[in-house]
Design a protein around this ligand. Structure first.
Ligand SMILES: *Cc1c(COP(=O)(O)O)cnc(C)c1O
Length: 365
């Protein structure tokens, strides 16, 4: 049997006529940027996130960067980010001219450890960017308390957690703003690059929109030196076709995760931990194993696709050599990097496929 790491086919099959109709609608209207599809998706997505405003962007990295810029974060500032996340989180900070400051995660949740944030706060700190990694919400209450105490902005990186809830409330509006990615592989994925910023602050929403549209408030009038990062009509139309299925998509991922959690019994495998406060959406099903690379090869030989998230921690990437953070100085991020393996996880996996993965892992010696 072959079980790919990810497949879009089951969802695309189910939505085939809606996705084709979305294309037809946009092509027939012959209007491709800044139109009614974008507006309709923004409205639907802000409702889905229980947030007042949504601004479509070109991708998730831009959404995060524009939110930071709109809040005035820039040169000379510091922004706290987790030491284990996709590099886009840190790059969003770097692009504003500010400095990403890495805080180690909690070894059980893999999310930023709130007890380690305060020691990294300086006079330059402007914001905290919690990342709901792998689809698991961060412990927001202590993070928000620290932000309040030091008067810091909170920008949630929701790229992996569309629809996840923390203490019953959907993530994305705990802080000042949040960035989402609709990269095809995300839980809500476009058929290309796309992203969005959400916020409850009208002024901030307007500023993000202007910053993503050449800094323009109305046509050919530029108040900021902006970027070009808008959600195009085609992607908005595809996203609108997929959004109504998000409840079902996340339920299906939860059922797959439950089957993995109950079925995998190999003591060499450390399974993901779900704190009581969180209802995750399982963007990834991340296990850890001391013999991670052997496990990946063993599964590959059995036709099972896996991935590592992420094989090199950000502080050891060539592009961040200038930060001069030595190997060994962020041991938890390094440990996760060396031992994490993501198992197949996507909407529409069959029980036979899940069980094939479980049996293979349980037989790994
Ligand atoms: C995917 C991702 C991003 C960036 O989104 P893009 O749409 O690829 O730019 C940011 N943060 C995290 C945690 C991600 O997984």
């Amino acid at each position: 049997m072959n079980v790919p790491f990810v497949s879009f086919k089951p969802l695309e099959k189910e939505l085939d006529s809606q996705l084709r109709a979305a294309f037809e609608r946009v092509y027939t209207a012959s209007w491709y940027i800044d139109g009614k599809e974008d507006k309709a998706f923004e409205e639907a997505f802000s409702t889905y996130c229980d947030s007042k405003y949504c601004v479509g962007n070109g991708n998730g990295l831009d959404a995060l960067m524009l939110a930071l810029k709109a809040l005035g974060v820039g040169e000379g500032d510091e922004v706290i980010v987790p030491s284990n996340t996709y590099i886009a989180t840190a790059l969003a900070v770097t692009y504003t001219g500010a400095m990403p400051i890495f805080v180690e995660p909690d070894m059980r949740t893999y999310n930023i450890d709130p007890t380690k944030i305060e020691e990294k706060i300086t006079k330059k700190t402007k914001a905290i960017m919690p990342v709901h990694l792998y689809g698991l919400p961060c412990d927001m209450d202590p993070i928000l308390a620290i932000a309040k105490k030091y008067n810091l902005f909170v920008i949630e990186d929701c790229a992996q957690a569309h629809g996840a809830t923390y203490k019953g409330k959907v993530i994305g509006s705990f802080g000042d703003a949040a960035g989402f990615s609709f990269y095809p592989g995300k839980n809500l994925g476009a058929l290309g690059d796309a992203g969005a910023t959400i916020t409850n602050n009208k002024e901030l929403a307007d500023k993000v929109r202007a910053l993503g549209n050449y800094g323009s408030d109305y046509k050919y009038h530029h108040i900021y030196k902006g970027n070009n990062s808008r959600l195009d009509e085609l992607q908005a139309a595809f996203l609108s076709a997929k959004l109504p299925l998000m409840g079902k998509v996340n339920e299906n991922r939860r059922a797959t995760a439950k089957r993995y959690l109950e079925g995998i019994t190999n003591p060499k495998i450390i399974l993901p931990y779900v704190p009581e406060y969180a209802q995750p959406v399982w963007h990834l099903f991340a296990v850890r194993c001391a013999q991670r690379d052997q496990l990946a090869q063993y599964l590959a030989d059995k036709g099972i696709g896996t991935n590592k998230h992420y094989p090199i921690p950000m502080h050891l990437q060539d592009c961040y050599k200038d930060l001069e953070i030595a190997q060994g100085s962020l041991p938890i991020a390094e440990e996760i990097s060396a031992t994490e393996l993501s198992l197949p996880m996507y909407y529409g996996m069959t029980n036979e496929e899940i069980d094939y993965v479980i049996e293979a892992i349980n037989a790994f010696a």
